[in-house]
Design a protein around this ligand. Structure first.
Ligand code: IPM
Ligand code: MG
Length: 406
């Protein structure tokens, strides 16, 4: 309140302008545009509450780009992704390009984007929301304490090794894919995984197939070489087949898992079963390059484009919303806003909101409300706003308490 005669406070000339992050958004195919729409609204709300803003540049990549331009990704769109502060990505893939003889496929764009941006590490955190333990087919008692981070190498291995082709051999058709890694590629992702383990429960599981593959034997050797630099981190090696079994039998034993590209792809889908739905798990793909605010990166749900449910407003937007939180933390230097979004997701679920994928396993329970994609995003937004109001109220109360104590 202004006392009569007292001038209104002028806005200080030196006030920091609101940070505006320049994002490229790639809605993509299938359910991509719907989950991205929900995720964007959550991010805009977080910006309003925490004092930052976004400038969005929409880019067509994937099946939609093949339809529009004849190629899954244009060079200028890759350049736009590289120039942005971060990339917010939905999903790509369309059954009309599933023909195994097709020359262009939407997925080629995602691989080119990962390679082109140098996104060597894909971080896939797997946690189980307490209220969703019943949504997983895995027994509830096994889910207690599950909190792991899968670090998947993303720009090497079978996905990129050459040759990779079908050809005519002396006895008919033959085919080859190549699992290739340089020691530098292995070392940088392994070191990142050690660093991340150091900031968590200090346990690192390196997953390989060293009893069969040469590439895995070098992988294992390099983990052993790096290990002395991190004496505070306990390291174990597991073979990928046995690891796949332990992931379901005793998932709580894992902290950080580091593994090559294809093993990480497979294990992370398996791990999503623990969380109750593939629709729950976010990911961050990061590179070595820094921007003004953090590491450059691309943020996407681990699920695909789910064409069977596209356009129906039933897809779960939570993986995309949580990917947005990871973007705030890793690329934009807004850790508090990231935490607020994560808490808001927990609150929306605790409030009973469920998309159909989360209802399926248990059937709708009393106190639960089955909602669509945008209504779930709305529930997260409401929880985010209520959380901010709650912390503002708490701040006022504690300020009041301090004043009273003086
Ligand atoms: C993933 C996906 C992709 C992959 C596909 C869509 C190419 O499964 O991000 O896990 O295999 O990496
Ligand atoms: Mg996958």
């Amino acid at each position: 309140m202004t006392t009569p005669g007292q001038p209104l406070d002028p806005t200080p000339a030196s006030a920091d302008p609101v940070a505006t992050y320049r994002l490229v958004v790639v809605p993509g195919d299938g359910i991509g545009p719907e989950v991205i729409a929900g995720g964007r609204r959550v991010l805009e709300t977080a910006g309003r509450l925490f004092g930052f803003a976004f400038e969005w540049q929409k880019v067509l990549i994937g099946g939609v780009a093949i339809d529009a331009y004849g190629v899954p990704m244009r060079d200028e769109d890759l350049a736009a992704c590289a120039a942005a502060d971060a990339v917010y990505f939905g999903a790509i893939g369309d059954p009309k390009y599933d023909d195994p003889t097709a020359r262009v496929r939407p997925e080629q764009a995602l691989l080119a984007l990962r390679k082109g941006l140098g996104l060597y590490a894909n971080l896939r955190p797997v946690t189980v929301q307490p209220v969703l333990r019943g949504s997983s087919p895995v027994r509830e008692s096994l889910l207690e304490g599950v909190d792991m981070l899968i670090v998947r190498e993303l720009t090497g291995g079978l996905y990129f090794g050459k040759p990779s082709e079908q050809r005519q051999g002396p006895s008919g058709r033959e085919v080859v894919d190549t699992l290739f890694y340089t020691e530098g590629e292995i070392r940088r992702v392994v070191k990142l995984a050690f660093e991340l383990a150091r900031g968590r429960r200090k346990k690192l599981t390196s997953v390989d197939k060293a009893n069969v593959l040469s590439s895995s034997r070098l992988w294992r050797t390099i983990v052993e070489e790096v290990k002395p630099e991190y004496p505070d981190v306990a390291v174990e090696h597991r073979l990928v087949d046995a690891c796949a079994m332990t992931l379901i039998q005793r998932p709580a034993v894992f902290d950080v898992i580091v593994t090559e590209n294809l093993f990480g792809d497979i294990l992370s889908d398996e791990a999503s079963v623990l969380a109750g739905s593939l629709g729950m798990l976010p990911s961050a793909s990061i590179c070595e390059r820094r921007t003004a605010y953090g590491l450059h990166g691309l943020y996407e749900p681990i699920h695909g484009s789910a064409p069977d449910i596209a356009g129906k407003d039933v897809a779960n937007p939570i993986a995309t919303i949580l990917s947005g939180a990871m973007m705030l933390r890793w690329s934009l230097g807004q850790a508090a806003a990231a935490e607020a979004i994560e808490a808001a997701v927990g609150a929306a679920l605790a409030g009973g909101y469920r998309t159909p994928d989360l209802v399926a396993a248990t059937g709708e329970q009393p106190g639960q409300r089955k909602v669509g994609t945008q209504a779930m995003a709305d529930a997260v937004i409401a929880a985010l706003e209520a959380g901010a109001a709650g912390s503002a109220a708490a701040a006022i109360t504690s300020a009041g308490a301090k004043a009273a104590a003086r």
